[in-house]
Structures are given as C-alpha cells and as structure tokens.
Design a protein around this ligand. Structure first.
Ligand code: CP
Length: 307
C-alpha cells in the first residue's frame, strides 16, 4: 500500500511496490488521456531549492495532466526561505495547502528532514549528491519498456560517479534484480562512494568492475548510463576544469558498442555525449525524459491513493 507514504530513497519501495508504479507508468504512457481527471481538486507543491528542468517540469506536467494544480517555487529566494525559514517550518506550512510535495535541495538528507514534519507525502526530487529516486523510477521504466525486463544486464555507468546522485540511486535499484552486473567507469577522483560499493554491491555479491577507460568495456554493455561532471558539487574550480571532459561519447566510440546497447543519461548533458549520437537509434535519453513524466503521474496517483 503506497497511499500516504514518502519516497526518499529507491529502497523505500519494495520490488513489488516498484513494479506496481512501473506497471501503472507504462499503462499511462500507452493511454494518457484515460487519466486526465483522476487528480481533479488535488494540489502538488514543488519546492525546488536547486535548479531543475526535467524533474520540476515533469512533476508539474504530471499533476496538470492528471487534472490537478501546482503551487511552489523554483527559486527559494522568492519564498520565506530567504528570511531564514527552516525546512521543518516550510514543509509544515506547505502541507496545509498541498496534498503532496516534491522537494529538491542541495543538502543530503533534507527530504528526510522534511518528511519528519510533513502530514502529506514528500517525494525526494534530489538531495545533494545523495539520492534521486524518481529519476530511478524513470530509468527503470525506460529500461523495462525498451529492453523488456530489468534483469541479466551489464550496466555501464560513466562519468561523475562520486557526486552523481542518479547513479547512486540507479545502482541501488538495479542491484535488486537478478544477475545484473555493473561496470563503473570514472576517473579515480570521481569514483563511486564506498557506501555503494561496500554496502550495496559487495554485501549483496553483485559483480562489478571499476575502470577508467570507456573504450575497454563499451562492447560488453547492454546499457550505458552517461552522466555529467557535477560542477556545482566541486570545492575547487580547477579540479572541475581538469575532469569535466573525461568522457565524450561520440559516433566513433559507438561503433564498438552492441547493436542494441541503450544509451541513457538523466540530463542535462554538458559535453559528455556528442550531438551526433542523438540520431543513433540506441540513444534513449529524450525518450527517458518523457517516461519521467508518465512515471511521476503513476507515483502521484499511488501516493495519493487514487484508484
Ligand atoms: N535529471 C534531472 O534531475 O534533471 P533536472 O536537473 O533538469 O531536473
């Protein structure tokens, strides 16, 4: 039963609960007009303390397409946050007006803090370099729709694996499905945090490999998940400039990939996928952005308990 629950981490939902959201997301994607009035009279609040295009717009589009309304801010300086209001007081107040809240914040754990004070479901729309569970639902729905299932995949994740919260959430989620293997491609400075390799991968006997060169492994992959280097999380601009173009996926590199390897990217992209790759049928990242709206429609319906 998902009604009234929060979503802070991909593991908050069981495999069965995740499956139910994905199943509904797929149903919505096939027939969105069937769902246009299910949230009539409901209000979603989007509290974005950090910039966003896909997550905020897809949440807002999701609620509007369900017949509901949206309130919120995309810039905290336009709210009483600028006067020093705490997350706890902001969420208590917003929960008086909205039925469900999606929140993005630069600090790890902030969505969890909000959930402790909220009388309505709180969805973590990204907390610092920690987790991004609705991006993961998006990724799972895209993989499921394109590949047909979520098991037996060799998944390459490439780029900024240290700060990339989408990667942390994806590894957690995909590690629950049978016989998935991970190839973690990053410079040493941007490798996956220990809590992911030790607590998720090693502890659950999941096969993984850490490498620095994409060319050495691209031919083995069923899925290549590219990420940008997260400038906003670096303490040192020089270090960012040194690492920012560590990987650029282009048509030449794609020649060595499997014919059915899918390329995912949570976006925004900076330089890490050349524009020439967009016309490759294996490039799924804009399809992925669209699935993000459908899966968020499904999530809103489930958390509000709308049948
Ligand atoms: N994928 C993602 O989180 O994109 P935005 O930062 O544009 O929301």
């Amino acid at each position: 039963m998902l009604k009234g629950r929060h979503l802070l981490d991909p593991m908050d939902f069981s495999i069965q609960e995740t499956y139910e959201v994905l199943k509904l997301g797929k149903e919505i994607s096939n027939n969105p007009e069937k769902f246009t009035h299910l949230c009539d009279g409901k209000i979603l609040a989007t509290l974005f303390y950090e910039p966003s295009t896909r997550t905020r717009f897809s949440f807002e589009a999701a609620m509007l397409r369900l017949g509901g309304s949206v309130i919120g801010f995309s810039e905290p300086s336009s709210s009483s946050v600028a006067k020093g209001e705490s997350i706890a007081d902001t969420i208590r107040t917003v929960a008086c007006y909205a039925d469900i809240v999606a929140m993005r914040h630069p600090k790890e754990g902030s969505a969890r803090v909000a959930s402790l004070y909220s009388e309505v479901p709180v969805i973590n729309a990204g907390d610092g370099g920690h987790q991004h569970p609705t991006q993961t639902l998006t990724d799972l729905l895209t993989i499921n729709c394109v590949k047909g299932d979520l098991s037996n995949k060799v998944i390459g994740v490439c780029g900024d694996l240290k700060f990339g919260r989408t990667v942390h959430s994806l590894i957690k989620a995909m590690s629950r499905y049978e016989n998935n293997k991970f190839i973690l491609i990053s410079p040493k400075e941007l490798s996956v945090p220990d809590y992911i390799t030790k607590e998720i991968l090693t502890k659950n006997n999941i096969e993984f490999l850490e490498v620095e060169k994409i060319d050495d492994v691209i031919g083995q992959l069923d899925i290549l998940y590219m990420t940008r280097v997260q400038r906003e999380r670096f303490f040192n601009e020089e270090e960012y400039l040194r690492l920012k173009d560590s990987y650029i996926l282009d048509a030449a590199k794609m020649k060595n990939a499997k014919e059915d390897m899918m390329i995912l990217h949570p976006l925004p992209r900076v330089n890490e996928i050349a524009y020439e790759v967009d016309v490759d049928p294996r490039a799924c990242y804009f399809k992925q952005a669209k699935y993000g709206m459908y899966v968020r429609m499904a999530l809103i319906l489930k958390l509000l308990g709308v049948k």
